[in-house]
Design a protein around this ligand. Sequence first.
Ligand SMILES: [Zn+2]
Length: 470
Amino acid sequence: MAVLAPDLLYRDDAFYSGLAVEFNESTGRIARVAHRLELDAHDAVPLPGRALMPGFVNAHSHAFQRLIRGRTQWRPADTAVANFWSWREAMYSAALNLSPEDVYDVSRWCFIEMLRAGITTVGEFHYLHNAPDGRPYTDRAELARRVIGAAQDAGIRICLLNTCYAAGGIGQPLSHEQRRFDTGDVDTYVTMTEGLAADVVGQARVSVGIAPHSVRAVPREWIGMLHAFAATRDLPFHMHVSEQLAEVDACVGRFGLRPVELLDDEGVLDERFTGVHATHINDREVVMLAIGGGTVCACPTTERDLGDGFLRGADLLRAGAGIALGTDSQTMLDMFEEARLVEYNERLRRMQRVLLTRGAGDVLEVAPTLLRMATSAGARSLRVPAGALEEGALADFIGIDLDHPALAGWTAATLPAMLAFSAAPDVVSDVWVGGRNVVANGLHGRQEEGMRAFNAVAGRASGPGTHSAF
Ligand SMILES: [Zn+2]
């Protein structure tokens, strides 16, 4: 058993002094959170100047897209409009050139950067499956295993959301550019995913989930079958949903139903369901998502980068839906920013303040809601027992540097709001995953080696100004 005794500890939506956390280093679970005098003082490691809180859960990531950071913020002068669809062409171009070793190097660096920002679990929505020529690798899960290996070597917990991808649009074949995403027929996908799930059983920091890419990329009749597969194995079930108006229009045109209505019709909107984005949903769809007990995963830094639209955060919360957060395209890795944008976007839309509140009483606060989105809501979405400092939970937590200049003037009462609205990720000084200390004083042990390998891949990629630019 190990005991950490920080100056402050975040529990039940507030910071308290005097509490310590005891955890089992072999199981990687929290044994007890109690006053430090109740825990064995001999073992206690004091953490002066640190506040301990649950690690962040990043419920939606495409690690390889870290490579296109800085390479999509331009448009050819003869192109009138840049939007999601033109960005997607650039993303495809990056995806087509990566070897399995590149996928490992890019993913490992992305995960190291995540850890330094306090992310202890990543839901990796993985859809890069085949060789550059479009043929499956001998082991169809070759690239999924590379990504899992990268997570293990970085030290982050991963839920590999193995993505089923079979169509280029509703009722359309895959395009030549999408050849690396093709998972074949539904049986081939299930066999591949079963193999992966069987291999990771018993691995401490790895799990698997089911992820039909979207109503665009998977035939309607597969969605219910894949959900039944997820239910049988008790796995999370994630899909991109209604990110773009064109997707909604195509779905209505083909089926007479909007995407969330279609998913409701297929019976998949339950507690294991997570819909990613949901930026274009109507009142009826808000209620459908909430009644099912599922989660919406917002990715606001990506949604603003791509010009996707706003999340109806206040409506979803009021209806009872969970809201988790994802860094998606890795434009930036900052869970504080993801969280605060859910509130800020609502302020801009409604011209009001303090909207996403929790609890009752004299004062309604917004920071606890935002911090829950970044922690426990994501853990629930990925079906990982993390996101809170409590007995039995995974020992995934982060230390906040209370001497950081941005936090000067803190009190236990103001610290949640300071973090949620005013902190950058460099206030995170220390990170533990499954009780293992992977970031200490802001440094990750494989940072230099990881960055060098990533830079080598990035150096070979094309960029703005070249003909085949991203
Ligand atoms: Zn995505």
